[in-house]
Design a protein around this ligand. Structure first.
Ligand SMILES: Nc1nc2c(ncn2[C@@H]2O[C@H](COP(=O)(O)OP(=O)(O)O)[C@@H](O)[C@H]2O)c(=O)[nH]1
Ligand SMILES: [Mg+2]
Length: 307
């Protein structure tokens, strides 16, 4: 009987894990959304109609940076739109408790919220709710979260819930990442084979797909770059040769990164920050308003440098 129970438990676990693995980032959004709309409607029912008028649709976002008690949350543009549309902007609204008699604070909030909608890409500086901390629900970079009590003028809010993760890496702490980009430069600094192998082994241990990029092609001897490309091809990697100084090869690497949440890793000075900056600049501002999941996620990077 015990053996049966054990097998059944293991099977359930395997099925759950498999489902989790196959859940894409966008599916994760939908799950989060569904769970949220049910949660908020039951809350409304419990608290009665007076609360319902003040409570808006939950605002969903993804944590892009984390420092001490603060996290920066990139809010999904369509979520901002829904949130603003569902809001009634009444004086007894919980997030407008500083409103004064003439309603100027409310007006300021309303117009700041509307301009956030037109901006598309909105980042809010958020505090993690004490309750979450007590429950030890750690908020990681990459986490999908719900935020409330938004102050649109200050661009601040509270994180109230952390949603289910599709993956989590412990070192560096990162949630929902689905791709690792290893970056090296052929020269300045030159590639050290042992270091390259160490990075590759660590990256492969995450179980995520790994892409290798060799930067500073403009400084390197073409033969040297090709020799490294051939070498890593022998290990099973089709390396991207690129130069952030000239822009050579950047487009094809950007194509590889599109629609993924990538962890960028590599030794100091190889051009990781330059790549992240280049890709952000390359993103035309008008694509964010037509916000597809791929255009918004291609700009969400996390920088991580393993020891
Ligand atoms: N010549 C050249 N310099 C580059 C290239 N990419 C980055 N750099 C420079 O290399 C230095 C280190 O780049 P950085 O992005 O800070 O590297 P990180 O430490 O990996 O983040 C900076 O001075 C960059 O301007 C490149 O493709 N060619
Ligand atoms: Mg850097």
């Amino acid at each position: 009987h015990l053996t049966n129970l054990w097998i059944r438990t293991m099977m359930t676990l395997v099925v759950r894990l498999t489902r989790l693995r196959h859940m894409s980032a966008s599916a994760c959004w939908h799950t989060a959304r569904r769970r949220f709309s049910t949660a908020s409607s039951t809350r409304k029912e419990r608290r009665g109609s007076s609360f319902a008028s003040a409570s808006a649709k939950p605002l969903l976002g993804q944590v892009v940076t984390s420092q001490a008690n603060f996290v920066r949350v990139l809010v999904e543009p369509s979520s901002v739109q829904e949130y603003v549309a569902s809001r009634e902007w009444t004086a007894d609204d919980a997030s407008l408790d500083r409103s004064n008699d003439d309603g100027s604070v409310e007006d300021a909030q309303r117009s700041a919220a509307l301009s956030a909608v037109t901006e598309g890409r909105v980042e809010l500086l958020c505090v993690v709710r004490a309750l979450l901390k007590k429950l030890e629900r750690k908020v990681l970079v990459g986490d999908f979260v719900s935020v409330s009590d938004v102050d649109w003028v200050q661009r601040s809010a509270n994180v109230t819930e952390v949603h289910a993760r599709t993956s989590a890496i412990r070192e560096p702490p990162l949630a929902n990442c689905n791709h690792v980009l290893l970056m090296f430069s052929v020269v300045q600094p030159t590639i050290e084979e042992a270091q390259l192998v160490r990075f590759l082994v660590t990256a492969e241990a995450s179980g995520l797909p790994v892409t290798l990029a060799l930067n500073k092609a403009d400084l390197a001897d073409a033969d040297e770059l090709n020799a490294w490309k051939e070498r890593v091809a022998g290990w099973g990697y089709g390396a991207f040769g690129l130069s952030l100084a000239t822009g050579e090869g950047v487009d094809s690497l950007a194509e590889r990164l599109r629609g993924r949440y990538s962890l960028v890793a590599g030794p100091s000075g190889v051009g990781k920050s330059s790549l992240i900056n280049a890709l952000k600049c390359a993103q035309p501002s008008d694509t964010s308003s037509s916000a597809t999941s791929s255009s918004s996620s291609s700009s969400s990077f996390s920088l991580a440098i393993p020891k």
